[in-house]
Ligand binder design. Structure first.
Ligand SMILES: [Zn+2]
Length: 274
């Protein structure tokens, strides 16, 4: 049903671009064949604006939640607030949530509380989570191993956690999102996970506006550049670009299942009104 002829950018913070540039960034990406976009929120105050943006575009969905940098803003009542936002058909995941002990912008206790409460909500709703993890491998794995999160479905986005962590996450059934980092000449430590990554567990993403791939490194990133990331992944996997687009696209619609059903419903609705 869904168009898998081009890559899907599974992680682009379009809300961080000025409003007029958001539309241009989408159009530029569509012209290069990009077939879908997932915009992850970083705080609940962005949710309404992001949802409105998604509703203007048939090929854009979002994750809603609180990033570890903003975990100190997470408070009593936010679970219910987030729950009501997630009832929207365009909200296909919880996130981005996680741990970041590199910047430590929020106290670690606050990060862990926001993480657990968002994951509990995701399990309650049967939704996947989009996970950020930096310099917190051990603590992240400790939470992942908790009985309460046995049924968690997750995209560990812009994965750079190394071979041991990658192996455990794959064994637990999670998806890994590969970003422009896989194109960086010195990033063998990021690419090392590719040979052990099953084709049905990988996603591609830009993490716009950060981490622009080679040859755009140092410039602001944009969703059009997911093409370079999928091309590099194809080279690393010894697959064709077309095959990587098809597989990562299938993975996207499997993990973010609300995007799939929405797309089909949208097509039906269109036909009904024709
Ligand atoms: Zn992000």
């Amino acid at each position: 049903m869904s168009d898998l002829s081009g890559p899907i950018d599974s992680h682009c913070h379009l809300q961080n671009l000025p409003p007029d540039e958001r539309e241009r960034a989408l159009d530029a990406a569509r012209e290069r064949g990009v077939r879908g976009f997932l915009v992850p929120a970083t705080k609940l105050n962005e949710a309404e604006e992001i949802l409105a943006f998604c509703h203007r575009h048939a090929d854009v969905w979002c994750a809603l939640g609180t990033h570890p940098h903003d975990a100190s803003s997470w408070q009593d009542g936010d679970v219910d607030r987030l729950r009501s936002f997630l009832a929207d058909p365009k909200a296909v995941a919880v996130g981005e949530c996680g741990l970041d002990f590199y910047y430590d912008y929020s106290p670690r206790e606050a990060q862990l509380r926001a993480l657990r409460e968002q994951w509990e909500l995701a399990i309650d709703l049967g939704l996947p989570v989009v996970v950020h993890n930096r310099d917190s491998n051990e603590e992240m794995l400790d939470v992942v191993r908790e009985d309460a999160f046995h049924e968690l479905q997750a995209d560990f986005h812009s994965f750079a956690g190394g071979l041991a962590m990658g192996r455990e996450l794959i064994e637990r059934g999670f998806y890994l999102g590969l970003s422009g980092m896989i194109t960086f000449p010195k990033a063998d430590n990021v690419r090392e996970v590719i040979p052990i990554l099953p084709p049905d567990r990988c996603l591609v993403e830009t993490d716009t506006p950060y981490l622009a791939p080679v040859p755009y490194r140092g410039k602001p990133n944009c969703p059009a550049y997911v093409v370079e990331i999928a091309e590099r992944l194809a080279r690393e996997m010894g697959e064709s670009f077309k095959e990587v687009c098809r597989r990562t696209g299938e993975n996207f619609y499997k993990l973010f299942w609300k995007a799939k059903s929405r797309r089909i419903l949208g097509q039906k609705a269109q036909t009904a009104y024709q």
